[in-house]
Design a protein. Structure first.
Lengths: 287, 282
């Protein structure tokens, strides 16, 4: 065989660098939107982030100034209500699938969870509106929390199931061999071993729903003042951004940008927090 | 699903005592038996893993189970504490008694069986979310024991019995995963001992350990047999020869020979045993 660079060899090198270039381009295409998003949000929103923005109620339309304090608190309240619905059902459902499930029912639950995961969020809004808001609660924080909570369930179920399934069987056997009752094994050995993964799933589900607008339009509705009662409408960051972005008043548009920046920083912080947590959990599960 | 072959139901004479006792090594004849196994058959689905095993396991002695891979050694061991209950599609027939009590009786709760028959696994598996102290007492705590002083006392005692106390007494609250492999395995032994079982089953407890750690485990086994009945599965025939009082040779699901360890290794009565212990197959 000749060691010289013949044309075949050169052509192969050209192909190789072409494909490498293509991969690099795709990677850039993935990263670029995030960079672009952050850049434009910082550019248009950062200048409006002042103390008032975090502490004041919205001003009446046309007036200058004010803030989104009620919307920020409202978003957190809605998140808390959603977690109260989504976390217990999701975690217990995940435990059932991983530890107890009969084959057929498990299949049905998994299938349902995957379909629900892909359900457009506006559909959740309408369903809760028709089934809860109209006949029972009216526009309220409860209804908003319920809509977001239902959206969390499939995510939490699936991540919980996957995390529990990653717990090596040796731990279960060791616990059985000590004569420990099954429910205690599931709770104190299996769930505890997978706890970081499960919490990660919960946080990611929270990060997902805190950015939802559509389900809240029909349920929590939004308002411009402090809500003191969960059975009344409550404001949320996303609703406020939605309203302000559509507004004809430039001062409200300005605040919409600032709100969007705060929201994405919050979601980013949750995601980064999850990353940091899961880095530590590796030794538990990867073995 | 493949249909399970219909096997004729096993006939157990109502008074099992009228049957001649299952085989036991001659030197153990006087000692009371911990386990009496009669006509034990185990299936996984359609796979007949153990065939008609009958033997007696003497008390406060080390019984080794040897044989090539896949011959049913672990399956036999796990039938002694009903671990097969957890495997879908497994089926156990025959009779195993622990000090005369039927382990597979209808009214017998498997979790109670497992509290009396402890087990140590091939791969050390201390719980990674717990400290050394928590691992040692987990069997008590998760069985409802709350009393601090009792937990403290049992922890120290079981760690001492497992020859681990001196190495860990200054870091009881460190994570169990910070221990070496051999220490982790001894912690698993301590964990099993803390609930005060009558029997300790060991499934190749030293096969993943280096020679020094193995020597410690073997020394420990010799000490523990003063108090417990020990049944150990091992791949390592030299290990069986070093530590056991009697040895059972399993081959393809059958008990070929069961005798005093010295005799089984030096003067086996079956050709297959001789071929295996002299290394002609396996």
């Amino acid at each position: 065989m000749s060691m010289k660079n013949n044309w075949q060899h050169r052509w192969r090198k050209v192909k190789s660098s072409m494909v490498s270039g293509l991969c690099l381009t795709c990677a850039v295409v993935v990263i670029a939107p995030l960079a672009l998003l952050l850049f434009s949000l910082v550019k248009k929103g950062a200048s409006s982030l002042d103390l008032n923005f975090f502490t004041q109620l919205p001003k009446a339309a046309g007036e200058i100034g004010g803030g989104m304090a009620n919307a920020m608190v409202g978003s957190l309240v809605l998140l808390g209500l959603a977690a109260a619905v989504g976390v217990p059902i999701g975690v217990l459902g995940g435990i059932y699938l991983s530890e107890f499930g009969g084959r057929r029912l498990s299949w049905a639950v998994r299938f349902a969870a995957d379909i629900l995961n892909g359900t457009p969020s506006i559909v959740w809004g309408i369903v809760i509106w028709a089934l809860v808001v109209v006949p029972i609660t009216g526009f309220s924080a409860y209804a908003g929390g319920l809509a977001l909570g239902f959206m969390m369930i499939p995510i939490v179920i699936r991540t919980t199931e996957e995390m529990l399934a990653m717990v090596p069987n040796g731990y279960r056997e060791a616990a059985y061999a000590l004569g420990i009752p099954r429910w205690r094994i599931v709770l104190h050995v299996v769930l505890k071993t997978a706890s970081r993964g499960v919490i990660t799933g919960i946080l990611l589900a929270g990060a997902r729903v805190i950015g939802e607008t559509a389900p809240l339009l029909f349920t929590a509705l939004g308002n411009n003042f402090w809500s003191h009662n969960l059975s009344e409408p409550i404001n949320a960051m996303t609703l406020q951004i939605f309203n302000y972005a559509n507004s004809p008043f430039p001062d409200q548009n300005r605040q919409a940008w600032a709100g969007a920046l705060v929201l994405i920083l919050f979601a980013l912080a949750l995601n980064v927090g999850v990353r940091i947590m899961t880095r530590g959990s590796a030794p538990h599960l990867v073995k | 699903m493949t249909p399970q072959p219909q096997l004729p139901a096993l006939k157990i004479t109502p008074s099992a005592q009228s049957e001649p006792p299952p085989p036991a090594p001659a030197q153990a004849a006087g000692k009371p038996a911990t386990f009496e196994v009669r006509h034990l058959n185990v299936w996984f689905g359609a796979h007949h893993v153990l065939r008609n095993i009958s033997l007696q396991i003497p008390s406060k002695a080390v019984t080794a189970i040897i044989g090539p891979s896949g011959c049913g050694k672990s399956t036999f061991l796990r039938s002694l504490n009903r671990m097969h209950d957890l495997v879908a599609g497994s089926r156990v027939e025959g009779r195993i008694t622990l000090f005369g009590q039927d382990l597979y009786g209808k009214e017998v709760d498997a979790t109670l069986v497992r509290r009396r028959v402890g087990m140590v696994f091939q791969k050390s598996n201390p719980f990674p979310t717990m400290t050394i102290a928590e691992n040692a007492t987990v069997g008590l705590r998760l069985n409802g024991v709350r009393q601090r002083s009792l937990l403290q006392e049992r922890m120290e005692r079981s760690l001492r019995m497992a020859a681990l106390w001196d190495e860990v007494k200054d870091r009881l609250h460190a994570n169990a995963m910070s221990l070496s492999g051999g220490q982790q395995q001894r912690l698993c032994i301590a964990r099993a001992l803390a609930i005060e079982p009558e029997v300790l089953l060991m499934d190749e407890p030293a096969s993943a350990l280096d020679p020094l750690a193995t020597a410690k485990i073997e020394e420990l086994i010799l000490q523990l047999k003063e108090h417990f009945t020990i049944v150990i599965v091992t791949h390592n025939m030299q290990q069986a020869a070093r530590i056991s009082d009697q040895t059972a040779f399993f081959y393809i699901g059958e008990l070929i020979e069961f005798d005093a360890t010295g005799r089984l290794f030096t003067n086996p009565s079956k050709k297959q045993t001789e071929d295996y212990v002299t290394g002609r197959f396996g």
